[in-house]
Design a protein around this ligand. Structure first.
Ligand code: BGC
Length: 863
C-alpha cells in the first residue's frame, strides 16, 4: 500500500500562485486522513530550464517548506508537485495534482508604465468627477498568453474589449502608498484578439485622494491625481512580447460616474454610459483628450500577499415596504457591508436615490451614527430598457436601505445586497446547544467580514473605517481562527512598521492620515501600540510562520524599547495619553476612556505582557541575548506592577473586573495573590448580576481569567447573561453583528446618544476565541497547531458543542455531548499533528492523527 496523494501545494499565504512577489515562495500541503506520519517528501519543480526534483528529503515538514532551487525571476512560471513517504508504506505516494505559480514583476526595472489620468483642471478641494482612461492598440498575431499588471492612484476597474478584468473590488486596497502600492497580476489572454483591441479603466478617488477620516475627512491624503498604472504584456507563440503600458498616448474623458467617494457613495448618470466604451468600436472617442502623466517610483509597487476584496455573497431583501410617499424601505435581515445591485426600468432622467443604515428608529433609517459618511448612491436612468447597476468605488455598512424614485412597484428580486470583504478562506466554525450563543458567534463572523476589507478596520459604516490598532490587537486570536487572514494581517503589519515613528511609537490607527487634527500628534498608547508585539505572535502561533515573526520583530522590539524608556527606572508606564479600558460601560458616553480601571494600571500590565511576548519571539528566532534581556524586563515590570497596584490584601488599587482580569490573564500576580484576586473578580462579576463591566481591554480577557482560576461557572454566567450590558443582550435586541457599545441600542430601543455608536465593531466579539477554546474545546498547543489541545469545559447548561478549525495541517474537529454518565467526544486530529485531550473528570491522554470517539465513563473505568 502506498500513502494517498497529498493536496496540491499552496504558495505562501496566497489563494493562488499567480503574480507572487516572493521569488522563493514557501510551500504548504496537507495529507488526507489515513496517510500516516510523513517522514520524507520530494518536490518537483517544472520550469523553463526543465524539470528538477529535490530527491527524497527526510523531513516531517509540510507547512511553509522552503522553495527548492533557484528563486523565480520576474514573470517566471513553474509547476510544483509533491509526494511523501510514510514509515510503513512500500513507496512514496502519488504526486500531488500540479499547482502553478507565476512571479509578478519582481524588479523595479520591469515597469514601463507610468501613472496616467485626466488632464483637465479640477478644484483640488472640491468635488471632482472621476475620469476614465483608454487606449486602442493592435496585435498582429494570435496571442499565446497575456498578463495585465495593474494598480492606480485611487481605485480602478479595468476592461479589455468590453470584458471586465478580474472580479476584485476596491483595488488596489489601502496601504501606506508612498512606500507600498499593490499591483495585481491578471491573466487576460482570453480577452484579447488578433487585430484591434482596447483597454480602458474606470477610476475612483478611494483612499488616495478621496475624503477620508473624522469630521468630514481629509482630502488628497496621498496626492491630487487620479491615475492608472497598467502594463499589458502580450506574449506570442515565438516568445516575443509586446507591451502596452500606460503612457502619454492614452486618452482620458469623464465617464458616467459623476461623483464617487468611499464614505459618500456614488452618482451614476446612465445617459452618459456607453457599454462599448472600452472596445475598438466605441463611439465618440475622438473627444477624449490626451492624459496627464505622473510619477510613481516603481520600486514601491508590490505584489499582494493575501487575497483581494470581492463580492462573496448576495443577500436578498427579507422585506420591501412601500411608504405612503412612494419610497421603498428594504430590510436585508442582516447587518452587512457591501452595496446594492439593482435592476430597474424607467423613463430617461428618472433619479433613484439609495440610502443606507444599520438600524431603524421610528421606522426610518437612523443615519446619525454614520456621522459624515453619508452613504448615498444615486442613479439617473437612460430610459433604454432594464438596467442593472451597482456602484463601483464605494462600500456601505447597512442592514436597511431606502430607495426613492423607483418607477412603479419594487419587488424583492430587483434588488440584492452584495456583501464585500477580503475573500479569505473560512477556517473556523462553532455551534452549541444554545441558539443565542450561536447567534452571538454568527454576529462575530459577520463583524469580521464587514471589517476585513483589505485591512482590519474598527467599523465599516461611519467616517472612520480605519485600521485601529487596539481593535485588531484584541480580535486577532478570534479572526485567525475563523478565517485565514495571515496575508491580510501580515500586509497590514508591514504598514504598521512603516508608520511606526522613529522613537518606536505605534500610531493609533494605520495607515495614518497625516495632519488629521483629532489624533495627531501621535502618542504611544497601551493596548493599541501593543499590536506590534502581540499580533505577530498570534499569527505565528496560528499559522506557524516564523518568517512573519522575524519580519515584524524590529517593530516589536522598537515598541518595547520605547515603553521601557517612557516608564524609566520605576518600570511603571504611568504617563501620557491612554485610552485605558476603552468603552467600559460605566464610562460616560462622551468620554469612553474614563472607565473604572486606572489607565496606567492597564498601561503597565500591557508593558509587562509585551516584554514577555518579545522575549518569547526572540527565543523562537534564536536571538538569545534579547530573549534573556526582555524576559528579565518582563519580570521587573510585573514586580513593579505588584508593588504599585496590588494591595497587601491582594486587592488591586482599581477594584474593577478589568483590573483583576488583566492581572490574572497576563500572569502578573504571585501564586499567593492569584486565588484571592480571582475570587474578588468573581465577586465583582456576581455583584453586578453577571452583567458586563469591562471595555475593550477587560472583555477579551475576563472569561479566561475566570476559567483558569476556578470560576468557570461565573464565566458562563457572564456569557449567558441577557440583561444590559452583556453579549447576549445585544442578541436579544436583534443584533446581527457585534456592536461597538454594549448599549449601542438601549433597552428602551433608542440609539445610544454617544458620538460613536457603531453596530459593527468586532472588538467586543473577541470572546469568540474563548468560545472556540473553552466551550468548544479546541486550542493550539504548538505553532501552526502542530500540537493541539482538546479541552472542552462545559457549563451554563450547554449540553453539546461542535467546533472545527482548518489548521495549516488540515481539519481539527471536536464535537462533544453531555450524557447521563459524563460526556462523549468525537475528535479529529489532522494528519501531521498530535494532540492532548483532557475531558472533564478524566486524566489527560495523547492522541495521534485520525478520528477518535471518546466516552468519559469508559475512560474513567479504564483508568
Ligand atoms: C474607534 C475605535 C478605536 C477608538 C480608539 C474609535 O473611534 O472606532 O474602535 O479603537 O476610537 O480611540
Amino acid at each position: 500500500m502506498l500513502p494517498p496523494q497529498p493536496s496540491p501545494v499552496r504558495f505562501e499565504h496566497l489563494p493562488d500562485g499567480l503574480g507572487t512577489g516572493v521569488a522563493s515562495p514557501r510551500l504548504t500541503w496537507t495529507l488526507p486522513a489515513g496517510t500516516g506520519r510523513q517522514v520524507a517528501y520530494e518536490l518537483e519543480v517544472e520550469r523553463r530550464g526543465g524539470t528538477r526534483r529535490t530527491g527524497r528529503v527526510d523531513s516531517a515538514e509540510q507547512v511553509l517548506v522552503p522553495w527548492p532551487g533557484d528563486p523565480l525571476t520576474s514573470r517566471e512560471r513553474a509547476t510544483v508537485r509533491v509526494r511523501v513517504w510514510t514509515p510503513d508504506a512500500a513507496g512514496p505516494s502519488e504526486w500531488s495534482t500540479p499547482a502553478d505559480v507565476e512571479a509578478g514583476l519582481l524588479d523595479a526595472a520591469d515597469w514601463q508604465a507610468v501613472p496616467v489620468g485626466a488632464d483637465w483642471d479640477e478644484d483640488p478641494e472640491g468635488e471632482r468627477r472621476p475620469a476614465r482612461v483608454r487606449k486602442d492598440f493592435r496585435l498582429d498575431r494570435p496571442v499565446a498568453r497575456a498578463r495585465l499588471y495593474v494598480t492606480a492612484h485611487g481605485l480602478y476597474e479595468v476592461e479589455i474589449n468590453g470584458h471586465r478584468v478580474g472580479d476584485d473590488a476596491l483595488a488596489p486596497g489601502w496601504t501606506v502608498y508612498p512606500h507600498r502600492l499593490r499591483y495585481r497580476t491578471h491573466d487576460v489572454t482570453a480577452h484579447l484578439t488578433e487585430g484591434a483591441n482596447t483597454v480602458g479603466a474606470w477610476l475612483g478617488d478611494g483612499w488616495y485622494r478621496g475624503k477620508y477620516g473624522f469630521d468630514g475627512g481629509t482630502r488628497n491624503i496621498y496626492g491630487t491625481d487620479q491615475s492608472l498604472v497598467a502594463q499589458l504584456e502580450v506574449e506570442y507563440d515565438d516568445g516575443t512580447i509586446q507591451v502596452v503600458a500606460t503612457d502619454e498616448t492614452w486618452k482620458a474623458a469623464p465617464g458616467p460616474i459623476l461623483t464617487s467617494g468611499l464614505y459618500e457613495g456614488e452618482t451614476f448618470d446612465a445617459r452618459l454610459h456607453d457599454p462599448a466604451w472600452a472596445t475598438p468600436s466605441a463611439a465618440g472617442t475622438e473627444d477624449w483628450t490626451p492624459v496627464r502623466t505622473g510619477t510613481r517610483d516603481p520600486a514601491t509597487l508590490v505584489a499582494p500577499v493575501g487575497p483581494p476584496v470581492r463580492c462573496t455573497e448576495e443577500v436578498a431583501p427579507v422585506t420591501v415596504t412601500r411608504t405612503g410617499d412612494g419610497r421603498h424601505l428594504l430590510d436585508f435581515g442582516q447587518n452587512l457591508v457591501g452595496r446594492l445591485r439593482i435592476t430597474v426600468d424607467g423613463p430617461a432622467g428618472t433619479t433613484l436615490t439609495l440610502r443606507h443604515a444599520e438600524v431603524l428608529q421610528d421606522g426610518e433609517l437612523a443615519t446619525r451614527p454614520l456621522r459624515e459618511a453619508t452613504s448615498v448612491d444615486t442613479l439617473i436612468l437612460a430610459g433604454a430598457g432594464p438596467f442593472t447597476w451597482e456602484p463601483r468605488f464605494t462600500l456601505h455598512g447597512f442592514r436597511y436601505a431606502e430607495i426613492t424614485g423607483w418607477p412603479g412597484e419594487l419587488t424583492a428580486d430587483q434588488v440584492t445586497a452584495r456583501v464585500h470583504h477580503t475573500d479569505m478562506r473560512r477556517t473556523g466554525w462553532f455551534e452549541c446547544s444554545d441558539p443565542l450563543v450561536n447567534r452571538l458567534h454568527e454576529n462575530v463572523v459577520w463583524s469580521m467580514r464587514g471589517n476585513f476589507v483589505d485591512l482590519p478596520t474598527d467599523c465599516p459604516q461611519r467616517d472612520e473605517r480605519l485600521g485601529w490598532t487596539g481593535d485588531i490587537q484584541v480580535f486577532a486570536p478570534t479572526a485567525s481562527f475563523l478565517y485565514d487572514c495571515a496575508g491580510l494581517l501580515d500586509s497590514w503589519l508591514t504598514d504598521v512598521g512603516l508608520e511606526q515613528l522613529p522613537d518606536g511609537t505605534i500610531p493609533w490607527y494605520v495607515p495614518v492620515i497625516p495632519g488629521e487634527p483629532m489624533w495627531t500628534p501621535i502618542h504611544p498608547g497601551a493596548a493599541w501600540g501593543d499590536v506590534a508585539t502581540l499580533t505577530p505572535w498570534t499569527l505565528f502561533r496560528r499559522y506557524g510562520d516564523r518568517e512573519l515573526l522575524r519580519r515584524h520583530y524590529p517593530m516589536a522590539k522598537a515598541w518595547v524599547d520605547l515603553v521601557e524608556r517612557l516608564a524609566g527606572p520605576s518600570r511603571l508606564w504611568d504617563t501620557g495619553v491612554q485610552l485605558g479600558d476603552w468603552l467600559d460601560p460605566a464610562a460616560p458616553p462622551d468620554d469612553p476612556a474614563a472607565g473604572r480601571t486606572d489607565r496606567y494600571l492597564v498601561a503597565t500590565a500591557y508593558f509587562a505582557h509585551s516584554a514577555r511576548h518579545l522575549a518569547l519571539a526572540a527565543a523562537e528566532l534564536g536571538f538569545d541575548t534579547d530573549a534573556e534581556q526582555y524576559a528579565a524586563l518582563a519580570d521587573e515590570v510585573a514586580d513593579a506592577f505588584r508593588r504599585r497596584y496590588v494591595l497587601p490584601s491582594a486587592r488591586l488599587t482599581s477594584d474593577s473586573a478589568t483590573a483583576y482580569a488583566i492581572a490574572l490573564a497576563f500572569d502578573l500576580l504571585t501564586p499567593e495573590q492569584r486565588r484571592p484576586a480571582a475570587d474578588r473578580l468573581a465577586e465583582i462579576v456576581l455583584a453586578d448580576g453577571a452583567r458586563i463591566s469591562t471595555g475593550f481591554v477587560g472583555t477579551p480577557l475576563i472569561c479566561d481569567a475566570l476559567t483558569d482560576h476556578g470560576h468557570l461557572d461565573v464565566a458562563y454566567q457572564l456569557l449567558l447573561q441577557t440583561e444590559c450590558p452583556s453579549w447576549l443582550y445585544t442578541v436579544t435586541m436583534g443584533a446581527t453583528t457585534i456592536w461597538e457599545r454594549w448599549d449601542s441600542l438601549r433597552p428602551d430601543g433608542t440609539l445610544n446618544p454617544g458620538g460613536m455608536t457603531s453596530f459593527n465593531h468586532y472588538a467586543l466579539g473577541a470572546v469568540a476565541d474563548w468560545l472556540h477554546r473553552v466551550v468548544g474545546g479546541i486550542g493550539a498547543a504548538a505553532p501552526g497547531s502542530r500540537r493541539l489541545s482538546f479541552r472542552p469545559r462545559p457549563g451554563g447548561g450547554i449540553s453539546w458543542a461542535r467546533v472545527r478549525h482548518d489548521t495549516p495541517y488540515g481539519t481539527a474537529a471536536l464535537s462533544w455531548k453531555l450524557t447521563a454518565s459524563g460526556m462523549t467526544a468525537d475528535i479529529t486530529v489532522p494528519e501531521g499533528c498530535t494532540a492532548t485531550v483532557e475531558l472533564p473528570g478524566c486524566a489527560p491522554l495523547d492522541l495521534g492523527p485520525g478520528d477518535h470517539v471518546l466516552d468519559t465513563a469508559e475512560l474513567r473505568a479504564a483508568s
